[in-house]
Design a protein. Sequence first.
Length: 228
Amino acid sequence: MTVNLINEQDQSLVQLFAGDFDVAVKPVTIVAGSGVLTKGTVLGKVKLGAASSAAHTGGNTGNGTLVLDATTPILANAKAGVYQMRVVRAAIAGVATSPTVPAQKGIGQLIDPKGNLIGSFDIPTTPGITISNEVKFALVEGSTPFIVGDGFDITIAAGSLKYKPYNDANVDGSDKANCILAVDVDATNEAPASAFIAGWFNSAALTGFDAAAQDDFEYSPILIGRVI
């Protein structure tokens, strides 16, 4: 199959497919605000929604705080579900003995939605500590210290599972290249479309394609080549 695209800059023909390979297409929904997209745009799937935080069920003895970052609470490799920050050692006051026993900060741990430990850290008083590991938040010990078992839950909602232009800098799941738009579409408002999920494509004809997208497609039935 030979499919040509019009290059809007110089009106030349650009061949979409790089060679003969079985092509498969699926229906997709493009999220509102994506704008006017052309065939050959690399798409990502929106797998993550908004993030929120709250003290864990039962509340805390300590009056410290956990505040999600206002700009980027969700970071690369985040997962939908509940992250748990738990205090595993309470702060220990110093003792003026000889020799002096120094004060020790409390220790917290961050568990991802799959139950994996992804970080351990001290919990200092003001100005606290900023944790940036899949989620980003500031944690501060209060005037009443945390006790073992105190903590907070950070919930990342599931995404819409709709599609938008892929960008490696996104953090909602569309930072992973998933498929290739098969039709031109105006997605100023949410719009139905179709996308290739298999085929051998000419990288020069793809919009938004980069080295990271190449890696994402590596073990998929989307093959990338170049027409010379």
